[in-house]
Design a protein around this ligand. Structure first.
Ligand code: CMX
Ligand code: CO
Length: 133
């Protein structure tokens, strides 16, 4: 089994401050990490839940994948991040299983992680991010 944890559940939102305030009010959740990921055109707030995170995501520019998603699909679940020990190994295993990679090779993600994305089309409608800490 290559997956070691659900790393995060990513939710696309229009107003990051409002979404953080909502999770704070409802659950007493606090922001564990906040980062602008320029390469992906997103700003994230990570709320820790046990060993996993809720990743609230908002676009920082109009050509960001999250801006497109908000436009076409509205707010809501955007992707699942699966934690793995070795991103390259997990990516190769997914490709061997027939998945369509969006990244040919692992690349930097937020909070110093190494990540690779898999297209939702070949993965039963779920955009998958492989996350190596
Ligand atoms: N979840 C499920 N399905 C999705 C989806 C999503 N998030 N985004 C798009 N789709 C589906 C669409 O519904 C569409 O289906 P149909 O062909 O049946 O209509 C299909 O995938 C293609 O959609 P599209 O609108 O043509 O594709 P986009 O140009 O919006 O790109 C994707 C989609 C996944 C390729 C793009 O979002 C991407 O490259 N994502 C990876 C990077 C990323 O998301 N970065 C931000 C997060 C960074 C982080 O977590 O740190
Ligand atoms: Co993510």
């Amino acid at each position: 089994m290559l997956l070691t944890e659900i790393d995060h559940i990513a939710i696309a939102v229009k107003d990051l401050e409002a979404a953080i305030a909502y999770y704070q009010k409802a659950f007493g959740a606090t922001v564990d990490h906040r980062e602008v990921v320029e390469s992906d055109g997103v700003e994230e707030a990570l709320l820790k839940v046990a060993e996993s995170y809720i990743q609230l995501l908002t676009p920082t520019r109009p050509d960001s994948p999250v801006a497109k998603s908000l436009e076409k699909r509205g707010e809501g679940l955007h992707h699942i991040g699966y934690r793995v020990n070795n991103c390259a190994e997990a990516l190769a295993a997914m490709i061997a299983a027939g998945a369509t990679p969006l990244d040919k090779a692992p690349r930097p993600g937020s909070r110093g992680t190494t990540v690779a994305f898999i297209h939702p089309k070949g993965s039963f409608g779920t955009l998958i991010e492989l996350v190596q800490e």
